[in-house]
Design a protein. Structure first.
Length: 209
């Protein structure tokens, strides 16, 4: 995997277990993306993902490819999930897609004003910030894009297909169930902060009130 990623132009550092991964992030947290195996000694990948969620994009790897494991990984904050066996080319493609989705906007892009929802929620896409009644709310990069899309089209229903296009671009691996998982996580965070602003329109999609 390292050979394939280095050949694609990435700088790669390896750690041998979950405890070492967290220690590495604490020591020097400037990492653009983590490729994280579920089965690791000392501390498994799901526990590491739980600790790193919202801090860095994560691609999960697992030999357990059933739907429950994929949903669990996404619930814990992973941006993508790749089941073994997979080709090095597919891993590189997934890493590239996640970096493209979570990377900073180009310097030439025009500044986008913050978006308000329901009076108390502010979404600042350029600063990667969500605030509820002035208090910061920790969200992942994917959650921010989804909330930003719903806020930008406030009152309109966006289908899962439209949300996939906003959050993932041309990544054809993403399913409607993945969007549902991210929306459920985002809705839970907003509700816990006192701002239940995402509404499900059954059979159609989601909207912000």
């Amino acid at each position: 995997m390292r050979f394939a990623l280095v050949r694609a132009g990435h700088a790669v550092e390896l750690v041998c277990d979950g405890v070492a991964a967290l220690a590495r992030m604490a020591r020097q947290p400037v990492v653009e993306l983590v490729v994280l195996d579920v089965v690791m000694p000392e501390l498994d990948g799901l526990a590491v993902c739980r600790e790193l969620r919202g801090r860095v994009p994560i691609v999960m790897l697992s030999s357990r490819g059933d739907e429950l494991d994929r949903v669990l990984g996404l619930d814990l904050g992973a941006d993508d999930y790749l089941a073994k066996p997979f080709s090095p080319r597919e891993l590189v493609a997934r890493v590239t897609a996640v970096l493209r989705r979570t990377g900073e906007a180009p310097a030439v892009a025009a500044a986008r004003p913050p978006l308000a929802i329901g009076g108390d929620v502010m979404v600042d896409r350029d600063r990667h910030e969500v605030r509820v009644a002035g208090a910061p709310l920790a969200v992942t990069a994917t959650e921010l894009r989804l909330l930003g899309a719903l806020a930008e089209h406030r009152g309109r229903v966006l289908s899962r297909g439209q949300l996939i296009a906003v959050a993932y671009g041309d990544d054809h691996h993403i399913t409607a169930r993945t969007i549902d998982t991210h929306i459920r996580n985002l809705r839970g965070k907003l509700a816990a902060a006192g701002a239940p602003v995402i509404e499900t329109v059954h059979g159609v999609g989601y909207r912000c009130g």
